[in-house]
Design a protein around this ligand. Structure first.
Ligand SMILES: N[C@@H](CCC(=O)N[C@@H](CS)C(=O)NCC(=O)O)C(=O)O
Length: 220
């Protein structure tokens, strides 16, 4: 059976779990990382030299890097579905995976750390407002893309939605002020129609470091 290592509230683990759920594949997940530790163990490092989560084992194949894992699972188990077979359609979806990794994630991290991950009552960092503006401007790019199609690259869920969707779920649930983004709201509602998204991505993350740690223990 396919094995996954990673804690349930990691955004990168969530991409893999959501994909597995969409594909209906059986899996066994071990909570690793965060307060669970385990990522420095030599056995874990032998699989994933980065000491990060997620890592998967499919047969005798070990893979790390969440986007690479999503691409692998989609191409192997759902070519023509989650993995668009037409090269152009695939590129139009796949580009969002790179974009989230290189552009959206770096913009999201400081805001997420200052709100959800900050200790209770910690004052916001001085540059918080600029970080929030920068993050909002990235979400306006998604808002614009969704004026052309129901999903990020067409009429159905594809790999790009897995990468964008986890960030949308995080952005819309963080305790922050957001601009009006009506298409993203509709997109979020559409993603929530997917049972695997509800199960693996709509995981509570708490509003401060203390709550986060408690939820992590509860959810694995
Ligand atoms: N580029 C990597 C990033 C992996 C990553 O940064 N994972 C975080 C969790 S989201 C992690 O392992 N943090 C340390 C920990 O959880 O102990 C991927 O997409 O898989």
């Amino acid at each position: 059976m396919l094995k996954v290592w990673g804690r349930a509230n990691s955004i990168n683990v969530q991409k893999v779990m959501w994909t597995l759920g969409e594909l209906g594949l059986a899996y066994e997940r071990t909570p690793v990382g965060g307060s669970f530790g385990g990522t420095a163990d030599p056995a874990y490092r032998a699989m994933n030299p980065n000491g990060l989560v997620p890592t998967i084992l499919d047969g005798d194949t070990v893979l790390w890097e969440s986007n690479a894992i999503v691409r692998y699972l989609a191409a192997k188990y759902d070519a023509g579905g989650l993995w668009p077979e037409d090269p152009l359609a695939c590129g139009r979806s796949d580009r969002w995976m790179d974009w989230t990794a290189t552009t959206l994630s770096p913009a999201m991290t400081p805001v997420f750390m200052a709100t959800v991950r900050a200790p209770r009552n910690a004052p916001p960092p001085e540059d918080f407002s600029a970080a929030l503006d920068k993050l909002s401007s990235q979400f306006r790019i998604i808002e614009e893309a969704l004026s052309r199609s129901d999903y990020i690259a067409g009429t159905r869920l594809t790999i790009g939605d897995i990468a964008v969707g986890v960030f949308v779920a995080r952005y819309l649930r963080m305790p922050i002020t957001r601009p009006l983004l009506p298409r993203i709201e509709v997109y979020f509602a559409r993603l929530k129609e997917h049972p695997a998204f509800r199960t693996h991505v709509m995981v509570p993350f708490g509003t401060c470091q203390e709550e986060w740690a408690a939820l992590e223990r509860e959810h694995g």
